[in-house]
Design a protein. Structure first.
Length: 219
């Protein structure tokens, strides 16, 4: 199999996995904001898992170039929130990465079962490849979005946890956030902390998944 055939074959597995990770991440933001009383995501057409509604051209380009990118941020207006607005923004911001981690755990458990069944069903190897990408993309997408660089979720979480007097710093950084993010990605600085954290999470998820499999097989 030549390199082109390998790339085309892998596309069949990683494109759907990436689409799922991205779409559910953004949908989670929109859903939580909507639940808190903000109609903005609904009016913007973002209360959906349709990936076409969430694609960001620059984020997609960075994904192609450096294999890391981002989706279009969901528009949110905390003035509509019921209750504490800063708490609401933290909940909305956490919703995306939290959803990715839940999907990663589910993918890991499904992988453990698929690996078990692959001994009896050879076709399970294709499901395993897809689930492997689904696990990896969700973990990396979740960890990546927790980076405290605007417009990523981590920046919104951090500056809503800090005292109000520091909020002007966030507004200043927000103007240059995308450029800082591109610089970090192009130079590969994100790998210094992103890869070790994500790799550790993946190992932990698979260890948990295998323990669950052992318990259920004995039943």
């Amino acid at each position: 199999m030549n390199i082109l055939q390998q790339i085309v074959r892998d596309l069949i597995y990683w494109v759907p996995a990436l689409v799922i990770a991205m779409s559910f991440h953004e949908y989670a933001h929109a859903r939580v904001a909507d639940r808190l009383g903000d109609p903005t995501p609904r009016y913007a057409g973002r209360l959906t898992i349709n990936p076409l509604k969430h694609v960001d051209p620059i984020g997609l380009l960075m994904l192609v170039i450096v294999r890391f990118g981002w989706a279009k941020p969901v528009p949110v207006n905390p003035l509509y929130f019921r209750g504490d607005r800063r708490q609401g923004m933290i909940e909305v911001s956490l919703a995306g990465p939290a959803t990715n981690f839940v999907l990663a755990v589910l993918a890991g458990i499904a992988m453990a079962f698929a690996a078990y069944w692959s001994q009896k069903w050879p076709g399970a190897v294709h499901i395993l490849r897809f689930l492997d990408y689904l696990l990896i993309y969700n973990v990396f997408f979740g960890v990546f979005n927790l980076m405290p660089i605007p417009p990523l979720d981590g920046s919104k979480i951090l500056f809503n946890l800090l005292p109000q007097r520091y909020y002007y710093i966030y507004l200043t950084l927000e103007q240059y956030g995308p450029f800082i993010l591109i610089l970090v990605l192009v130079t590969g600085l994100h790998h210094l902390f992103l890869t070790p954290i994500a790799s550790g999470l993946i190992k932990s998820i698979m260890a948990l998944a295998n323990e669950i499999l052992k318990i259920l097989v004995k039943l």
